[in-house]
Every structure is written in C-alpha cells, then in structure tokens.
Write a protein that binds this ligand. Structure first.
Ligand SMILES: Nc1ncnc2c1ncn2[C@@H]1O[C@H](COP(=O)(O)OP(=O)(O)O)[C@@H](O)[C@H]1O
Ligand SMILES: [Mg+2]
Length: 348
C-alpha cells in the first residue's frame, strides 16, 4: 500500500439533526467518504446543503443542540482515533495539530487585540515545545511562506492593519503551523474579492505542499475546486449525490444536479455568457417529503423520483458514484441538454 492509498480521515454514515421550534432539521443525512493522505477532496453544493455542518461535526464543533451519529475516524501519527463522542481533551489534542481548520471569515479565527505574530507563535507553542523567540522566528517564516511582504516587520502588526486577503493568509499560516495531517478549508475565498481568491488558493497550495496535509476544500463555487481538487463530493439536501474524480465530475457528470451546477458556472473564456442554470431553490431540510429532494427542480423527474430517494450507487468506474434513478440516461449529456439557457452579454 502506498502512502496515497492510506486513509487519514474516514467519515461513515454521518448524520446530524437539530431540533428546532420549526421541527427537525436533518442537516446531514448519511454522509460517507474517505480522505486519503495528501489528497484534496472538494465538497461542493449550494448554500444549506450540509457542507459546514459536516466539517463542524468532524472537528467536534457543533452546538449541543445537534444530535450526531455515525463515525469519524482519524488515522493520525499517534494512532487511530474515533472523533465522534471524543472528550474535549482528546479533541483539543487533534485540533490544530492533527486537523486544522480555515473558515470563511478570517476574523472568526483571529483575535483583534493581539498581534498576528503573537497569535501564530501561541498556536505553535500550544503544540510544540519552543521558546518565545524560536516561535516568533517560525511565525516570520510562516508569514513569508504565505507571501506576506516584509514579514519580519508585519509580524508585529494587528489584524486590523492587514487587508482581508492578508488576514486569510495569516489564518492559513496558523493552520499550517503544527504540520497538520488534515486541513479543512470551509469557503476560504468566499468573503474575498475575486482578484484575491487566486492568491488565497495559492497560499492553500503552499500550506499543503509544505505540510503534506490532505485537504477538505469546501465551497459553493465549482470554479474554486477546478484547479485544486483530486476528487469531488457534490452535496444536496444533506447527502452526497455524486462523487468522483475531478475529471468525472466536470466532464462526465451523472447526476442532474451536478450538470445544473456546471451549467450555472460562468466561463471566463466566453465573450457571451450562455448559462444553463438550475431554476428554483434547494429544499428546506425541515420535515422533508419522501423521494429525491432534487426532483422538484429536475428536468428528468418522473413519478419514481417523488416516491423513492435514489441510493448513491456506482456508475461507470468504481469510484464514480451518483444518486439518481436515471443516471444511465445522463451518459454523454451536457448541461445544455437538460437545462434551459439564460443569455447574458458580457461584451462591453
Ligand atoms: N445550529 C443549527 N441549528 C439549526 N439548524 C442548523 C444549524 N446549523 C446549520 N443548520 C441548518 O443545517 C442545514 C445545513 O447547513 P450548513 O451545513 O451550514 O450548509 P452549507 O455549509 O452547505 O451552506 C441548513 O438548513 C442550516 O440552516
Ligand atoms: Mg457553509
């Protein structure tokens, strides 16, 4: 077995429910996936599909109102551990050192009253036996690694003296500080300007290369995943509805929802944008009706789709999975074959 076949994180039949005044919110409904050592697994889906709740469950960061079941096994340096139901002290040992997390808004991770250098150094000293001076020196190296200009001067700045993109790079520096085996990045570029997004993706790449960590890259934007991920999970209404290599997802998708996401994606190389978006909105996951949750928006929907939720099953190659009663019919289809066009002229 090569290192790349080794599974560093195994999520199995993860289910998360919230009891609310409006009813039972079934946020995650049986999500399973392996994350292999060093790979980038993209998780994509519209807002509300359960991406963040999945990642928070892995980190043990859900509020106490959540009911969680299933399994999250972390195969770290210090042996195999079940993270679901683990104690706070077990989880704090894993967080930061084994698995680190990058959120959408860098200010949720940074403390406004401490310098960035202090915060990076403290993150290092929480897990490694280093003097203050050595940790500060390492903080400068990390700022340099994520392309902060003049790192030995900027290390003494406070977060508010940095731009949003630079703050996110500081968060990435903290995430890589203890050589984690897994980095979870949840919408890491969503709050930032498009021009800054590419730099953040580059910094994430540096973090991966320097630490060798595997990454869960979570985003609603297929464009973010395209140049980064090895494999992709497409989520809808709390479930994985398609899984495959990045090539399978982009070139031979076998779930209408994935085709819809691809059709909603503007192509920067086209002068005239011809989009084939999905109409309608994702369903509420409170007291869901039976059947395929995508059926109300699906051009292929038939009576069986209202009656029965399709299982996630192998299509084509062994690692390509799709949850659709009609996945066979999608072989070779493009977004334009399923969804109606909406033209938008981009020429000035
Ligand atoms: N603490 C909570 N209490 C109740 N419902 C929640 C809570 N957190 C998330 N949800 C619901 O769970 C579903 C999935 O949310 P989330 O994982 O944040 O979606 P995504 O990250 O894919 O946009 C949504 O319907 C959301 O409203
Ligand atoms: Mg989210």
């Amino acid at each position: 077995m090569t290192a790349a076949d080794e599974v560093v994180l195994e999520v199995a039949d993860l289910r998360v429910e919230f009891r609310t005044d409006e009813g039972r919110v079934r946020a995650v409904r049986g999500v399973s996936f392996p994350l292999h050592r060093g790979e980038v697994l993209g998780i994509v889906g519209e807002s509300g599909s359960g991406k963040s709740v999945t990642s928070l469950a892995v980190m043990g960061l859900l509020p106490s109102s959540a009911r969680v079941s299933g399994s999250v096994r972390f195969g770290g340096r210090s042996g195999d551990a079940e993270l679901l139901g683990a104690s706070d002290s077990e989880l704090s040992a894993v967080r930061g050192r084994g698995i680190s997390m990058i959120f959408q808004d860098p200010m949720t991770s940074l403390n406004p009253v401490y310098t960035v250098g202090y915060q990076i150094a403290e993150a290092i000293r929480a897990h490694q036996d280093l003097t203050r001076d050595a940790a500060r020196k390492r903080a400068v190296e990390l700022l340099d690694a994520v392309s902060i200009p003049h790192p030995s001067e900027r290390v003494a700045d406070y977060p508010h003296e940095f731009s949003g993109g630079m703050r996110q790079r500081v968060v990435i520096a903290i995430a890589m500080a203890n050589h984690p085996e897994v980095i979870i990045a949840d919408e890491p570029t969503t709050a930032l300007d498009v021009t800054v997004q590419a730099q953040i993706l580059e910094a994430l790449r540096t973090a991966r290369v320097q630490t060798g960590a595997a990454m869960l890259l979570i985003t609603h934007d297929l464009g973010v995943i395209a140049g980064q991920a090895d494999r992709v999970l497409v989520m809808y209404a709390g479930r994985v509805v398609e899984a495959g290599t990045v090539e399978e997802i982009f070139y031979t998708p076998r779930m209408p929802y994935t085709l819809g996401l691809l059709g909603s994606q503007p192509r920067l190389d086209a002068r005239t944008l011809r989009l084939h978006p999905i109409s309608g909105a994702p369903p509420s996951v409170t007291d869901m009706p039976p059947g395929c949750p995508f059926a109300p928006r699906c051009p292929l929907a038939a009576p069986v789709c209202q009656a029965q939720e399709p299982p996630l099953a192998v299509v084509g190659t062994s690692g390509h999975l799709s949850a659709c009663h009609f996945s066979d019919r999608l072989d070779g289809l493009k977004p334009a074959d399923l969804f109606r066009p909406v033209s938008r002229d981009t020429a000035p």
